[in-house]
Design a protein. Sequence first.
Length: 563
Amino acid sequence: MKRTWWKESVAYQIYPRSFMDSNGDGIGDLQGVISKLDYLNQLGVDVIWICPIYDSPNDDNGYDIRNYYDIMREFGTMADFEELLAQAHERGLKIIMDLVVNHTSDEHPWFIESRQSPESEKRDYYIWQDGEKGQLPNNWESFFSGPVWEWDEASQSHYLHLFSRKQPDLNWENPKVVEEIHAMVKWWLDKGIDGFRVDAINHIGKAKGYPNAPNPDKLDVVPAHYYFLNLPLVHDKLREMNENVFSHYDIMTVGEAPGTSPREALLYVEEARKELDMVFHFEHMNMDHPGGSQGKWGLKPFPLTRLKQVMTRWQEELHGKGWNANYLSNHDQPRQVSRFGDEGEYRTKSAKMLATFIHTLEGTPFIYQGEEIGMTNVKFDSIAAYRDVEIRNYHQAQRKRGKSEADILKAVWVKGRDNARTPMQWDDSAQAGFTTGEPWIAVNDNYRAINVEQALQDPSSVFYYYQKLIALRKQSDAWVYGRYELLLEEHPDIYAYTRTSAEEKLLIILNFSAREVSLQLPDGLVKASPELLITNADEAEAAKQADLSARMLEPYEAAVYRI
Ligand code: ISL
Ligand code: CA
């Protein structure tokens, strides 16, 4: 496998609105990010992925872009961005931007012109279907509740939006659209940024003729496949973009690709195909979705063996061909410790265990802001406290169907995107040190106990555990490039595997349960004196139990050995 800097890197995702506010208006901003670059340096990450900072009316917090060539006023100016880039580079940090090109804002000048009349020059920049008011062109459901079609009175026609009605989808079949996007992407790369996270990229192709879906209630991932997921056009357009733009720069690209299997992912990331470097898959994010009419909003328990199955398939099928992007949380998902670990007694322990998992798989690890101090989900007691358009639309749609306020809240507590969007908890002062003003979304109450200042003062904190993991990964070839092999496939609580390179073999042991469990490894796997590289358990205890072939694991224990 070819060596590249982005395979050897650890990435850190910033949601700028919630990261750090420098001027007291309650909204995180670019100067805020600049003020925390030393903190990120201390953590040891290499790449920052910054969520959209382009000019936007903020219907979807920047994922609705009004001007691709300008910075959102609340976040600062282009000069602030240039300063951020320079300051990051000075510290050896790379910056990748979010590239949101499945759709724009309905306030983008292209859309304003497009909607003016069917004769407009920009009409075909978007997807229009004539019809009659009240008669939808088909039954497709948008990701944010309600139909994908919005009626436009002026031109007596519907436009398509897979996300909110303020996010009309671009028409990628129009070569002029493609040309505009290439020029824009080049413009940013020429500024010196280090790559892109490409938003919702596998949705840019839509099924010809817009046929009805068989499940009018709510599209789940399977039927959606045929209509706007991973269609051939996506690959044509990515290859074109790669050839014309990406391949002329030393950058990294990671596409967002929900509903994608490892086999489909290889079409994006197999090196010879020259499309993207990695994709974020969602198979492990969807394991706890009941699906069907509940969509993502319910909670379905899943056995650990299912997680092993899913992740193992990604590890094995991409090995030697493409590269994985590994994560357990981001700005669209609940907090990982609340979802896969324990927010109570074992919060820090399980946060470290989950970190060990993501950082020891083959692939580039992505840390989501706050994860490195074990931030948790939030439970606001009223829908009014939530800000997310997806949550607001879900609330409205469910109220119409008669669901109680309490039941809606319960669903939002487990799955709502705002769980990940409460302000970063810097210290135990008012508003967690995020702002001197009124934050745009309330701070999680637990900030007095969970914050960066506390973590930096505690040598056994989650933060220092991440720091050590990141440093260890850099020193080992097996850690980055080694082949993954699953052990104890059927074990209900323990997830264990090895990573093997020509010179080295690592053994990773993770207890995903709150129980003490006994570990029984296959005979002959471990040599006489394995070297313990990192553990979240008491090191002295772990050292005493040097006999790995029969060892007790503490609740949520994690350990990495060189064997
Ligand atoms: O519903 C989905 C697929 O089943 C989603 O995973 C969807 O594709 C995904 O949420 C897209 O997310 C990205 O684009 C959105 C934005 O709101 C998210 O924050 C962003 O990560 C629209 O730009
Ligand atoms: Ca601000």
